[in-house]
Design a protein around this ligand. Structure first.
Ligand code: SF4
Length: 244
């Protein structure tokens, strides 16, 4: 009897499992709802980055890494005046772009990132910024944070962007107990209605810049003081009896 020839069977790779989520702190859901309501009274859901369209928002968001929106806004009128479309920026002379964006810091790597993002945008999407996260993160220099900003602000598609302020405030407010941006995004988007994701993220950023400032939080004038477990102006006892 002829020996059986083993047929090579293709083994399907197992889909990557998302890392397990840590439990949200006790009372987190109520604090999240209160945060949404209070911050909605206080701030508009806007980004402070000046832009006219999704492409400009994408480039401005890349440039905003490690610097202030103000310094980005100072140089983008010249940048977008000279390179208004992905095609223009894809073919730009890097030295000229570097000279324009120098005040935003890390100008060599940022030049490389915005030029290659423009090239990839043309190559993959015909120069049109895609309106979904899976395609956005295919662009060089675009992580989930930037993609969520572009989705929320540029396309009105709910997205919860976790930047340094959002990471800090969600922990201080006892909404999460993790520093991992992806876990923060997953936890908060479970607690908060979808239509509030973009607004909450943008407002937390504004609150982190204006009131809950990293080294000197102004707890005495903070509208979240009565339930914030990290308040510096309420007694420990009071903080313990915060919602939950
Ligand atoms: S009470 Fe203080 S620590 Fe809490 S969010 Fe407000 S400023 Fe930040």
């Amino acid at each position: 009897m002829p020996a059986k020839i083993a047929t090579s069977r293709r083994i399907k790779p197992k889909p990557k499992r998302k890392p397990a989520l840590p439990r949200a702190p006790r009372g987190a859901r109520i604090r999240a709802q209160l945060t949404v309501e209070r911050l909605r009274e206080l701030y508009p859901a806007v980004t402070e980055l000046t832009h006219q369209d999704a492409f400009q928002l994408l480039i401005a968001t890349i440039l905003s890494a490690q610097t202030t929106d103000r310094s980005v806004n100072l140089i983008t009128p010249k940048l977008f005046g000279l390179y208004p479309t992905p095609l223009d920026l894809a073919g730009a002379d890097p030295a000229k772009v570097q000279a324009i964006i120098k005040p935003t810091g890390f100008f060599r790597s940022k030049t490389e990132r915005i030029i290659s993002a423009s090239r990839k945008l043309i190559e993959l999407f015909g120069g049109v910024v895609p309106g979904n996260i899976d395609d956005l993160v295919k662009l060089p220099g675009i992580g989930r944070k930037t993609a969520n900003v572009i989705l929320g602000v540029g396309f009105n598609v709910p997205g919860f962007a976790v930047d340094t302020h959002v990471k800090r405030l969600t922990n201080l407010l006892g909404l999460v107990k993790t520093r991992d941006p992806e876990k923060i995004e997953r936890l908060v988007t479970k607690m908060v209605p979808r239509e509030e994701w973009t607004g909450l993220s943008l407002r937390l950023i504004l609150h982190g810049r204006r009131v809950c400032i990293a080294r000197r939080p102004r707890c005495e004038e903070c509208l979240l003081n009565d339930f914030c477990p990290s308040s510096r102006t309420r007694s420990k006892q009071m903080r313990k009896v915060s919602p939950g």
